[in-house]
Ligand binder design. Sequence first.
Ligand code: PLP
Length: 280
Amino acid sequence: KISYYNGEFINDDDMKVEYKDRAVYFGDGVYEVIRIYDGEFFTFDEHVDRLINSAREIDIDDLEREDVVSVLQGIKEKNNIENGALYIQVTRGIAVRNHNYPAGVEPVIMAYINEAVRPLTQQEAGVNVVTSLDYRWLKCHIKSLNLLANVLEKERAVKAGAKETILHREGTVTEGSSTNAFIVKDDVLITHPANNLILNGITRQEVLKLAKADNVEVKEEAFSVDDLYEADEAFFTSTTQEITPIVQVDNKLVKDGEVGTLTKRLQNLFDSQLNKLNPV
Ligand code: PLP
C-alpha cells in the first residue's frame, strides 16, 4: 500500500510521522475522510472544500487546493483499492514544541487509504445508541484533529453495547460522536442546524438535498433528547456509516423498534447516488 507524508509517496510499511509534527502534541491540524466506491471518489469537491475551510478556520491559510487534490488523486491511483476510505490530514507543521504558531513552517499533509465495505447489515437492522452530555468546545464546525471528547464518548457507546453516542447540550441534541443525528416526526425530517455546534457532515448535506428533491419536509432545527425518545424514526449519517437507522435510544425502542419508512426511502435514494457514480 502506498501512503503519503510531507511531500513523498511511500510504502505504508515505511510511514513514520515526525515527532515534532504539531499533530502529535497539540492535535494542531484538520482532516477529512473520503469514500471511494467502485473506483470513484464520492462527493470529492465537497470534502476538499471542507478541508480547506477547516484549515483556514485554524489560520492555515497557505494550503493549496491543487496540492490537496494531487495527494488525494495520487493515493487513489497508486493503490488498487476499488472500495476504500481515504484519510487525509493537514497539520500546522513541524517545529519545536511551543503553543504559539511557529514561524516559517509549511503545513504537513499526511494521507493513506484503507479498504472499506458498506455497513449494509446495520443499515438493514438498525443500531442502538446512548445519549450523553456534549462538553466539546464551541468550534465543532471545524473538522479538527482534536478528538479526545469524541473518543471518550464513542467508547461510552461501545462499553454500553451501542453503536454511537448521541450528544446533547442541556438537552438539545447536537450530533453523534462521529456522525450527524436526524429524527423524523409527523413526516418531517429534523436535524440540528449547521452552526458552530456541529460538523456540517457531507452525508448530512447529501441527505438533506435528497430529501428536499423528493418533496420531504425538512427542518434544520434543534430537537431535544425527549424528541429523540419520542421520534417516529431516527438515524445518523457519516461518510463511512452512510445512513444508519437508530432503533433504540438509551435502551428504549424508537417507535416499534423497526427501521422507519422514510429512513429506508432515503437509504434507497442514497444508493441511487452511488449507482450514478458507476452506471451499468
Ligand atoms: N460529526 C462528527 C463529529 C464527525 O466526526 C463526522 C464524521 O466523521 C460527522 C459528523 C459526519 O460527517 P461526514 O458525513 O462528512 O462524514
